[in-house]
Design a binder for this molecule. Structure first.
Ligand SMILES: [Fe+2]
Ligand SMILES: [Zn+2]
Length: 457
């Protein structure tokens, strides 16, 4: 809600420019490690997946902002048969596909339910891997005949879609060309039309895409009522219940529970940093504001801020990506929330290494999980990040208006508020990140692609 109420760690070793990166994008190579003890930094064995990846000549990059390769950049690599194995482009190189994996992924109607994409093949029936009797390249793919006579067909498109970066992109509902912004977004902030969103799936798709590309969007023309606000949120998904309720309203006289309910200024932060799964989207709809002024809303693009931090000081970026921090919520009677473990301020995707989530809430911060002798270094890195998000060039201030709800991605965009006077009635609600991503990717990529990306690997 409006208010702030907080492993795998990446060690950044080297910065490289990517030919695909936008002006604001950077990529860095990394090694994956795990920090365990809260009292002492300790390197433990990486997961088998990480080991396999690390044994390859190139590591996946980790990227501070949301640098994303376009589908087109991946799709050009065609699979081939070398007489013994079928090779496909995986993890940035050609690799032989194990015969059991191929058999396990046979796409025929006997082996794979065409509608539900559930496996019908009994993978563990045989003790030895199936043998390929013959493999023939056809116009649009490869025909494999197995020793038991079963025939499988793998078309080129399916083999290309197996590229891990592409799979991750679809699974996570990422889009190419994410826009990293600063204060200049005030010239043309993303917005969609309320009627279009309420009446068409195309409108929802446009809305979700705007949220994904910019991290936020306004909706124009919404009736300034609780009912309309709630119905609008539900066009994306059901509203997440928390200790604040589902759809909530904040009146300025509720100050006792949380600073969110006061009329004080709020620094840029993300919400529910204390949950293991922080809320995904948040909506604010100013229903009324009488007898006073102020209360402008602040948005800061956390991905752009992270990119700036990396450019300025990669070591600081690394520290904020490595050292876990805990947060807590203890203001409500009978409630204490803290995530099951600490999470770093900057969290990266484990498959492809790009920035996935930001947790930033100074008011709710609890422990910094590193040895005492490293705490000062964390503070220094955090101070640099704070300086970037406090810079007016990073900040987009706008006045919320009745009829113009704002929605933003709480995993990426930080929010805050200026002090105000008078009586304010603010409505809103949260949506789970997974529910948003599900809605977005089904609209953006379609059921077939999403399911194909989900049930493989
Ligand atoms: Fe908040
Ligand atoms: Zn089959």
């Amino acid at each position: 809600m409006s208010l702030p109420k907080s492993g795998h760690l990446f060690l950044v070793s080297k910065a490289i420019g990517s030919p695909l990166a936008s002006r604001n994008s950077v990529q860095i190579h990394h090694r994956l490690r795990h920090f365990h003890s809260p009292a002492r930094l300790q390197v433990v064995s990486p997961s088998p997946q990480a080991t396999a990846r690390n044994s390859q000549p190139r590591s996946p990059p980790i990227a501070p902002p949301t640098h994303i390769s376009s589908a087109e950049s991946i799709s050009g690599k065609k699979a081939y048969w070398d007489g013994k194995a079928l090779y496909a482009f995986r993890d940035r190189q050609f690799q032989p596909l194990p015969s059991l994996w191929l058999r396990d992924h046979c796409q025929c109607a006997l082996c794979f339910h065409l509608e539900t994409k559930q496996r019908l093949y009994n993978t563990f029936e045989n003790t030895t891997p199936p043998e390929i009797k013959s493999c023939q390249e056809m116009n649009n793919g490869f025909q494999i005949v197995w020793h038991d006579g079963h025939e499988s067909f793998y078309d080129h498109a399916w083999l290309r879609e197996q590229d891990e970066e592409r799979l991750t992109q679809i699974r996570q509902g990422r889009l190419p060309n994410v826009n990293l912004w600063g204060s200049n977004i005030q010239d043309s902030p993303p917005q969609v039309d309320y009627d279009e969103v309420m009446q068409t799936e195309e409108g929802v798709k446009k809305w979700c895409s705007e949220i994904r590309l910019h991290g936020f969007s306004f909706v124009d023309g919404c009736p300034p009522t609780p009912e309309a606000t709630k119905a609008l949120l539900e066009r994306i998904s059901f509203i997440r219940q928390t200790h604040y309720g589902g759809y909530w309203e904040v009146l300025s006289e509720m100050a006792s529970i949380d600073t969110a309910y006061t009329n004080l200024a709020l620094e840029a932060h993300t919400d529910t940093t204390y949950f293991s799964d922080p809320v995904g989207l948040q909506m604010f709809h100013l229903l009324s504001h009488e007898g006073g002024k102020g209360g402008e809303s602040l948005l800061v693009d956390g991905a752009a801020a992270a990119a700036k931090l990396f450019q300025k000081d990669p070591e600081a970026y690394k520290l904020l990506s490595e050292i876990a921090v805990r947060h807590h919520a203890s203001g409500d009677d009978g409630i204490n929330f803290t995530s099951y473990r600490g999470f770093s301020v900057l969290e990266h995707d484990l498959e492809q290494g790009h920035l996935l989530r930001i947790r930033w809430n100074n008011a709710d911060r609890a422990s910094i999980e590193c040895p005492m002798h490293m705490k000062s270094r964390w503070y220094e890195a955090a101070r640099m990040f704070n300086q970037i998000i406090s810079d007016e060039r990073s900040q987009y201030w706008s006045k919320l208006l009745p009829g113009r709800p704002l929605i933003f991605d709480n995993w990426r965009v930080l929010h805050g508020r200026a002090a105000f006077t008078g009586r304010r009635r603010l409505g809103g609600g949260y949506i789970n990140r997974d529910d948003f991503v599900s809605r977005l990717k089904m609209l953006e990529y379609g059921k077939d692609k999403v399911l194909a990306a989900t049930v493989t690997g």
